[in-house]
Design a protein around this ligand. Structure first.
Ligand SMILES: [Zn+2]
Length: 266
């Protein structure tokens, strides 16, 4: 090796056949390595982003024929809503996914901790519940990831964009922060006429009945159910859970449901 370097840099005398062979061998090695590097870079460039794009396709439902669904609750944590929701879920032994707002998590860290500690899954629902744009997404999402990690010990894996609105650029930013977008299959529409907690509408009970009916009609294997934190959600929730269980469905977090992707009914 030392000899070859000397030949290249200082020795200009005619080379022997052996010396020519070793220089040729070195060139082949360098050329071969360059070709290998070029093709492996090409493979990485072409296939890695493709694989990521597939992984991060927004989830509307999970493809399974098993009687399994995921309940999800947006916009908390708020003591007046999240506490009774947690009590009801606990009473029926159900685990769900909570898409939380970073600002609310800072206000009620103990409540966020209680959600995670009870075995529920935490997803991000941005910091200030603003519609995500190319300009605000990085701040809204990274700040929320950090708050959730500080309080629960782990950053979220899922993002539900407020109003389900996002551009491809927002999706890219979310992906770069390890967040997979999750939408929903069944919308309980429990935000309709979202009432003040101190002035419940007269038809509050019938609003709860409408949510129950909607879920009953739309539920199917692999569905992700969307709820919020209104009084009618809490009134409806025990009956929703009982109806779902009566149909033979199991309820679980979105991560658990995703593990069932592609499985057939037993
Ligand atoms: Zn929301």
């Amino acid at each position: 090796m030392v000899k070859q370097i000397q030949i290249k840099t200082t020795d200009h005398r005619p080379q022997t056949t052996d010396q020519k062979k070793s220089v040729f061998g070195l060139r082949s090695l360098v050329f071969g390595s360059l070709v290998l590097w070029f093709f492996s870079s090409l493979v990485l460039l072409l296939f890695v982003p493709l694989a990521n794009a597939t992984d991060f396709t927004p989830i509307w439902s999970v493809n399974t024929t098993q009687l399994m669904v995921a309940l999800s609750f947006d916009d908390g944590p708020k003591p007046e809503a999240t506490e009774p929701i947690l009590d009801i879920l606990d009473r029926y032994g159900v685990r769900a996914t909570f898409f939380v707002v970073g600002r609310e998590c800072s206000l009620y860290p103990d409540l966020l901790f209680r959600i995670a500690d009870a075995g529920h899954e935490i997803g991000s629902h941005t910091y200030a519940h603003r519609t995500l744009t190319e300009k605000n997404a990085l701040e809204e999402l990274s700040k929320t990831n950090q708050i959730i990690k500080e309080i629960t010990g782990s950053p979220p894996n899922f993002l539900r964009a407020p109003g389900g609105k996002y551009s491809s650029k927002v999706r890219e930013i979310a992906e770069s922060l390890g967040l997979r977008l999750v939408n929903w299959t069944v919308n309980g529409s429990d935000y309709v006429r979202l009432s003040s907690w101190f002035e419940l509408p007269d038809d509050y009970a019938s609003l709860a009945d409408e949510i129950i009916k909607e879920v009953d009609q739309e539920i199917r294997p692999g569905a992700i159910l969307l709820f919020h934190k209104s009084p009618q959600t809490i009134l409806a929730l025990p009956r929703i859970i009982k109806n779902i269980q009566a149909k033979g469905y199991k309820m679980m977090t979105i991560s658990q449901l995703l593990k069932e992707e592609g499985t057939e009914r037993e």
